[in-house]
Design a protein around this ligand. Structure first.
Ligand SMILES: C[S@@+](CC[C@H](N)C(=O)[O-])C[C@H]1O[C@@H](n2cnc3c(N)ncnc32)[C@H](O)[C@@H]1O
Length: 377
């Protein structure tokens, strides 16, 4: 008799965990832990693809087994929607930094330090603990976990959590309302962001009005973008053939891609264009090898491109959260600038066929088309 699905999954989990564990042991990497000294990320080096496959298999199989064991009713009723509340409280009240990483504190002490009343603080923190954010080693005593520690020590992760709770969550909560009200959005003012933020502006216009939020958004997106491997982009186009050319990086944020390409191609110049607040908030100073070859410029891509005759107009991760009508408008705005032999390069993440990626990776990708409904400008 062939094994049931739950036994099949349990075997996948045992075998694949073994592969990952041997990899950690062989490389002297500490085993994953939520203790305060636990590693903040799990990194599998690309030269061992079989370990990466095993790692993805464990993530997918544990989730499927977990879901099967809950059953459809509990799965529908326990979908983790409220998880963001505890996290938002921790972010808003800066709870992680109310006591040092290697000390403990009572709910009363934390309440006094952060200004949130003790009963609600206790409810929210105990809920967050079910997701391994903080621990309660003894009744009424709170200690840090690896996740709460990260919120203190890694401002980038803390900012990312802020964007999740304060930009995305209200937009997601009203996305279906917007869909019912307006149909598929043709305009930034027809999205979940518009309803959820009670605004007549889209994401980027709204951010331009709020300097702190705008800088948090631009800084975080650029910092994460700078960690995406540039290799496929470097090798996917013959940049080396463009001798002494100027590349216009439209909607380039703080320029992580231009800086990365400039490091590899020393005779290329880059102009990074973005909205005023993003450009004004860009960090000053570049790596020495790109100094003088990367510059910033304010440009709203809903207007006609002012730099005429560059060799390349480049867009990365720009189109995914705009309605089609606006994508067309952005592209048309480049036409007057194009000359003979100009390249227009669009670099966007694509949706794979469902079966070709592990489920947890697909989930991330599939957030893109949904975010278009909730975040569009
Ligand atoms: C998802 S980010 C991508 C940033 C960058 N291309 C990268 O790959 O890291 C989208 C960028 O488009 C910019 N943007 C949005 N609306 C814009 C507009 N009307 N004109 C110019 N840039 C805009 C945003 O400020 C943001 O930097």
């Amino acid at each position: 008799m062939s094994p049931t699905r739950i036994i099949e999954l349990a075997r996948i989990i045992v075998d694949s965990t073994q592969t990952v564990d041997e990899y950690f042991t062989a490389r002297n990497i500490a085993s994953p832990s939520f203790g305060i000294h636990g590693s903040s990320t799990i990194i599998i080096q690309p030269e061992v693809p079989e370990v990466a496959v095993a790692h993805a298999a464990v993530i997918d199989a544990t989730k499927e087994l977990h879901s099967l064991m809950l059953g459809p009713t509990a799965l529908l009723m326990n979908n983790g929607l409220n998880d963001v509340l505890g996290l938002h409280a921790i972010y808003q009240y800066k709870i992680a930094s109310t006591f040092p990483v290697d000390e403990e504190a009572s709910f009363k002490q934390i309440s006094a330090a952060c200004g949130l009343n003790e009963p609600d603080l206790r409810r929210l923190l105990r809920h967050a603990m079910t997701n391994h954010i903080f621990r309660e080693p003894r009744d009424g005593v709170v200690a840090h976990s690896a996740s709460s520690r990260l919120l203190i020590e890694n401002p980038l992760i803390n900012d990312f959590v802020g964007i999740l709770c304060e930009e995305r969550f209200p937009a997601a909560a009203r996305t279906i309302d917007a869909l019912k009200k307006y149909g598929s959005p043709k305009d930034p003012a027809q999205t979940g962001f518009f309803l959820g933020h009670n605004t007549n502006k889209g994401l980027y216009d709204k951010l331009q009005q709020r300097q702190k939020r705008s800088r948090r958004f631009a800084g975080t997106i650029s910092a994460f973008a700078s960690k995406i491997p540039l290799e496929p982009l470097r090798s996917g186009f013959d940049w080396g053939s463009l001798r002494n050319a100027t590349i216009v990086d439209v909607g380039g944020g703080h320029g992580p891609v231009s800086i990365g390409l400039a490091e590899t191609f020393p005779d290329l110049k880059f102009i990074v264009q973005d909205l005023p607040d993003v450009v004004e908030g860009a960090p000053v100073g570049f790596p020495a090898e790109v100094e003088g070859r990367v510059s910033f410029m304010i440009y709203n891509f809903l207007e006609v491109q002012p730099i005429k005759g560059a060799r390349v107009y480049f867009f990365r991760a720009v189109f995914h959260n705009w309605p089609d009508e606006y994508r067309i408008k952005i592209l048309r705005n480049q036409i007057p600038a194009l000359g003979h032999g100009t390249h227009l390069i669009i670099n966007e993440s694509c949706l794979n066929r469902t079966e070709s990626l592990p489920a947890f990776m697909q989930k991330r990708r599939r957030y893109g088309p949904i975010s278009q409904l909730s975040h569009s400008r």
